[in-house]
Design a protein around this ligand. Structure first.
Ligand code: FAD
Length: 502
């Protein structure tokens, strides 16, 4: 059972949380991590840890009766299926005009994401976080993050000949024909393993379409990198199926957490109190923001300010598909891990970085799929809803329009140059651009507004934010490298200045 007190507590086990726990553990600080999801390290009866992608079972989603995939349909046929309600690995949190996908389990988003490990353009990083020293970030913390995450790059020679990136080579050709530049995207999926998958030497994961419901092989998720190292210090403990609900602060400065203990069906089986001196919130943009909003509005941390819940954005995410000519084959084996992006981020009017995404169905579909990251200046905000005891995101369809305009500007050009058209059958109705979901929730507890420049929450000593909620709505690329590097920077300062040891 939970101890009644731990010197440091980290809520969540995603990127920010994992960095923080490792550095606390190395500094000799006994640290407890509380994760609402499960540990994914044991194969089930079918020999797999995670659900197969194309025939999803209860392991696929967090407490849902049906799968809820981002591509809702194909030829307007619903491709989702019924599953048993279970503490699975991918959650989709619906907030009206915006649904947010998040990972649940030890490793957070690293369990379900596409492994694309991209360092943002420096000029854009300086624009979104102008008060953070970019020399330090690009000289020290981005390299530190990339090394610890195990980032690697595809062998360009192999890329040109393998079957599994035929879809990416086709999209590259179409992009080049329209005058666009493409770029390889670094990854935390082990490209050596992928090469052996294609050669038939090892069990398939990326080449068996695995991605959003977890990879059974090949991916360097956080449980294999930062979290393994954190546990290796001997000072870090991870408890699973523990959902933090409330945060209070006692007169002596101790933070008291109310923690729900869940079973695998999501039922609350126990409710415990846990005290700590140093509290780090790494529950992700949705999770950490909700915890502090609830604390402010129910009066348990009454001095929290107006900035809590502000500055949220979906990183400008838009998904779209193009219909290919009959002679342009994408291939029936498509790596679930993207390796190439169309880089139009320097476009003055419509900055776009579009990942060339797989549509791994195991059959030829003649579809080229993209997840475009656009520079959308709109921001949403959260309010606390007492009736449901949860945070509500305020984001309207209209706020998503700039993202569509940006994606359309470029993909219209690609279609014109290649004599192709958009697909209308992928997102449930006839829309071409899907911007009602995001994989990249960012903000809610922005650095320098809700917190100081190192993630210290204003008004509450020894209370910190470590995750994607620090980044105000946009990074211009897939975000986990930025989240990791920022967490490295912040914990170094906090360890040096705030934490009493020994
Ligand atoms: P998370 O990784 O979200 O971790 C938060 C953790 O806290 C979760 O494990 C959650 O279960 C837990 N938690 C939440 N609330 C509580 C609570 N109250 N109590 C206890 N635990 C709690 N990014 C990239 O850079 N490249 C990609 O290729 C990429 N692809 C993606 C694909 C998908 C399908 C998804 C969903 C995301 C993708 N992302 C990608 C985004 C990336 O995964 C996230 O930006 C990143 O995981 C966010 O890190 P974080 O530290 O903010 O928190």
């Amino acid at each position: 059972s939970d101890g009644a007190f731990s010197p440091a507590v980290v809520v969540g086990t995603g990127y920010g949380a994992a960095v923080t726990a490792l550095r606390l553990g190395q500094a000799g600080v006994p640290t407890l991590m509380l994760e609402m999801g499960q540990l994914w390290d044991t194969p089930a009866e079918d020999g797999r840890t995670f659900s197969p992608m194309l025939s999803p079972d209860r392991r696929s989603m967090w407490l849902k009766d049906r799968t809820e995939m981002p591509l809702a349909s194909f030829l307007w046929l619903d491709i989702n299926r019924r599953i048993e309600r279970y503490a699975g690995v991918l959650d989709r949190v619906d907030h009206g005009d915006m649904s947010v996908y998040v990972g649940r389990g030890v490793g957070g988003g690293s369990l379900v994401n596409g492994a694309m490990a991209v360092t943002p353009k420096r000029w854009y990083f300086e624009e979104i976080l102008p008060e953070v020293d970019a020399d330090e970030m690009y000289g020290v913390y981005f390299p530190r993050a990339n090394a610890a995450l195990g980032v690697n790059s595809v062998d360009p020679g192999w890329f040109e000949t393998c079957d599994s990136y035929r879809y990416a080579r086709l999209s590259r050709r179409h992009a080049h024909k329209a005058g666009y530049r493409t770029t390889f995207v670094p990854s935390v999926y082990d490209f050596d393993y992928m090469r052996r998958e294609e050669a038939g030497e090892v069990p398939r994961s990326a080449l068996a379409s695995e991605v959003i419901f977890g990879n059974n092989h090949g991916k360097r998720s956080l449980d294999r990198t930062y979290l393994a190292a954190a546990l290796g210090t001997g000072n870090v403990t991870i408890r699973t199926l523990r959902e933090v609900r409330e945060i209070r602060r006692a007169g002596d400065g101790t933070y008291w957490l109310t923690v729900n203990e869940l079973d695998q069906a999501g039922n609350v089986v126990a409710r415990r109190q846990l005290g700590t001196r140093y509290l780090f919130l790494g529950a992700g943009s949705l999770g950490s923001t909700e915890l502090l909003l609830r604390a402010r509005d129910t009066g348990t941390l009454p001095d929290l300010g107006e900035e809590i819940g502000r500055g949220w954005g979906p990183n400008g995410n838009v998904m779209l598909g193009r219909a290919n000519h009959a002679w342009d084959l994408t291939g029936i084996t498509q790596s679930g891990m993207p390796a190439l992006g169309i880089d139009a981020w320097d476009d003055p009017e419509h900055p776009v970085f579009a990942e060339i995404a797989p549509m791994p169905a195991g059959v030829e579909l003649w579809v080229s799929l993209y997840l475009a990251i656009t520079r959308n200046p709109e921001r949403g905000h959260f309010t606390y809803d007492a009736a449901t005891d949860s945070a509500r995101l305020h984001w309207t369809a209209g706020q998503g329009e700039p993202s569509i305009r940006a994606a359309k500007a470029h993909f219209d050009r690609i279609n014109r140059a290649n004599g192709t058209i958009y697909r209308h059958d992928l997102f449930g109705d006839t829309r071409v651009f899907e911007n009602r979901f995001t994989y990249h929730p960012l903000g809610g507890l922005a650095l320098g507004t809700a917190t100081d420049l190192y993630g210290r929450v204003h008004g509450y000593p020894n209370l910190y934010v470590t995750d994607g909620s620090l980044i105000p709505g946009s990074t211009g690329v897939n975000p986990f490298v930025t989240i990791t590097a920022l967490a490295e920077r912040n914990i170094e300062r906090v360890l040096a200045e705030d934490i009493r040891r020994g």
